[in-house]
Design a protein around this ligand. Structure first.
Ligand code: FES
Ligand code: FES
Length: 243
């Protein structure tokens, strides 16, 4: 199917975004608007975002995604945007503790939730343990993917303090690193989890054999649908667009 209808000028991407915006509209702009059942926008609406423990009052159009609100309105540029469609993980943040692609969430959609960005990990002037571990394991090269990968690893360690190598792989499977730093990322997570001895680089608790490179980075076409950070309906629509 063609990506764009020349008569209407609408793309399927517009349709996906529009569908998500429609769901959100009922929850934005106060009870009166929601009760009226009228869709909001395209004019800007007031929203509140709780980011890194601080409440921000913004006025944004309902189409604005969280990644853009964070970067362009709040100046939190640690969150990167690369693909803008849930395929690379550069924009990963935590929403109520779970990792999520901020390019796939509307800013208005996450009101009332606890949003954590890479800027929110450090405290008292010091890096968080997972950040320290990335430095110790030299788990970055250009660093463009690093904030997103760190956030995915943080979400993993918060729910599973002693993850297996396979669980670490799965946690970062939605984060694309073009520099190929994955082995060092795995080591960083194991260091942060206390699973790896700094002296000899051996895991304390497991004796895993390394799978082949092919099985280590499987990015099949259905990856979006198996990625817990991406809403299943959005993943289905985006993958149908590519099929
Ligand atoms: S920018 Fe690529 S997943 Fe959001
Ligand atoms: S460190 Fe360069 S893309 Fe990951």
């Amino acid at each position: 199917m063609s990506d764009e209808d020349p008569k209407s000028g609408f793309t399927r991407r517009d349709l996906v975004r529009g569908a998500v915006a429609g769901v959100v509209a009922a929850g934005v702009g106060g009870k009166a608007e929601a009760a009226s059942g009228r869709p909001l926008g395209p004019q800007a609406v007031p929203i509140e975002l709780r980011v890194n423990g601080k409440l921000h009052h913004l006025t944004v159009e309902t189409r604005v995604v969280l990644a853009d609100a964070l970067r362009e309105r709040l100046g939190l540029t640690g969150t990167k945007v690369v693909c803008g469609r849930g395929a690379c993980g550069a924009c990963t943040v935590l929403i109520d503790g779970d990792s999520a692609c901020s390019c796939l969430l509307l800013a208005a959609e996450v009101q009332g939730k606890k949003i954590t960005t890479i800027e929110g990990l450090a405290s008292d002037g010091g890096l968080a343990p997972i950040q320290e571990a990335f430095v110790a394991a030299d788990a970055l090269q250009c660093g463009f993917c690093t904030p997103g990968i760190v956030m995915s690893c943080k979400a993993l360690l918060d729910r599973n303090p002693k993850p297996s190598r396979e669980q670490i792989r799965h946690a970062v499977s939605g984060n694309l690193c073009r520099c190929g730093t994955y082995p060092h990322v795995f080591e960083a997570v194991e260091r942060a989890a206390g699973l790896k001895m700094a002296e000899n680089g051996k895991r304390k608790t497991e004796n895993e054999s390394e799978p082949s490179l092919v099985s280590r980075f499987p990015f099949p076409h259905s990856r979006l649908e198996s990625d817990p950070r991406v809403d299943s309906g959005t993943a289905e629509a985006l993958e149908a667009e590519e099929a």
